[in-house]
Ligand binder design. Structure first.
Ligand code: PRP
Ligand code: URA
Length: 204
C-alpha cells in the first residue's frame, strides 16, 4: 500500500475526521483530498510522445497512453469522484453499488454500470473506506469480470485488516490511502476513522 502523505492532505483529513465538521465541511474536505491524491495515484501512468508545434519550433509533447475510467463504489465513493475528475478531465465514469450487511459485515452488490472501454482503460476504483476490505475486493472482482486489466484502488482511510485482506485477494492491484489507521472495532468500523462515510457525506 502507498500512503499518500502530504501536510495539506493531513490538515484536510483532520476536518473530515472531526465529529464537529458539518456536512458541507465534510463534503468539501473529502473532495479536496481526492483532488490532491490524484497526482500520486496516477504518477506512473504511461504516456506516448506526440509532436507539438510551439510558435517557435516543433518539439515533443505527451499524451496519456490509455483512456481513464473512474469507478466510485456507491454510495460514499461518490464523495471522492469529482476530486479525481477535476484533474482527470477526460475520464469516463462507471459505478458499482455495494453495501455492507450490518450484522455480517459482508458486502452486498446491487448495481454495476461500467463504460464499454473498461478493458483497454486504466481503471481507478474509489471508496473512502477500506475497513474489512470486502467491498473493495468484491468491486475489483466485478471489474475484472467485466474485462478490466489495469486497476488501482484509491481510498481515504485504510485499516490494516482491510489492506491485508484486499492485497491477499488482489495482489496485482496497487492500493493508495491518505491514512492507515489503527484497527477495526467490533462493528468493523475503522478506529479512529471518521464514522460512517456514506451517512456523513449524504447527511443521512
Ligand atoms: C462503506 C464504505 C465502503 C465499505 C467499507 O460503505 O463506503 O464501501 O463500507 O467496508 P468494508 O471494507 O468492510 O467492506 P457502506 O457499506 O456503509 O455503504 P454506503 O456507502 O452506501 O453507506
Ligand atoms: N464504512 C464506513 O463508512 N466507515 C467505517 O469505519 C467502516 C466502514
Amino acid at each position: 500500500m502507498t500512503l499518500v502523505d502530504h501536510p495539506i492532505i493531513r490538515e484536510r483529513l483532520t476536518h473530515i475526521r472531526s465529529v464537529d465538521s458539518a456536512t458541507a465541511e465534510f463534503r468539501y474536505a473529502l473532495h479536496d483530498v481526492a483532488r490532491l491524491m490524484t497526482f500520486e495515484v496516477t504518477k506512473d501512468l504511461e504516456t506516448t510522445i506526440i509532436e507539438v508545434e510551439t510558435p517557435l519550433k516543433k518539439t515533443d509533447g505527451y499524451d496519456l497512453e490509455r483512456p481513464i475510467v473512474l469507478v466510485p463504489i456507491l454510495r460514499a465513493g461518490v464523495g471522492m469522484l469529482n476530486g479525481f475528475a477535476e484533474i482527470l478531465t477526460e475520464a469516463s465514469v462507471g459505478y458499482i453499488g455495494l453495501y455492507r450487511n450490518e450484522e455480517t459485515h459482508q458486502p452486498h452488490s446491487y448495481y454495476c454500470k461500467l463504460p464499454a472501454n473498461i478493458a483497454e482503460a486504466e481503471v481507478i476504483l474509489i471508496d473512502p473506506m477500506l475497513a474489512t476490505g470486502g467491498s473493495a475486493a468484491d468491486a475489483a472482482d466485478e471489474l475484472k469480470k467485466a474485462g478490466a486489466e489495469r486497476l488501482r484502488f484509491a481510498c481515504l482511510i485504510a485499516a490494516p485488516e482491510g489492506v491485508a485482506a484486499f492485497e491477499e485477494r488482489h495482489p496485482d492491484i496497487p492500493v493508495f490511502a491518505a491514512a492507515l489507521d489503527e484497527r477495526l472495532d467490533e462493528n468493523a468500523y475503522i478506529i479512529p476513522g471518521l464514522g460512517d462515510a456514506g451517512d456523513r457525506y449524504f447527511g443521512t
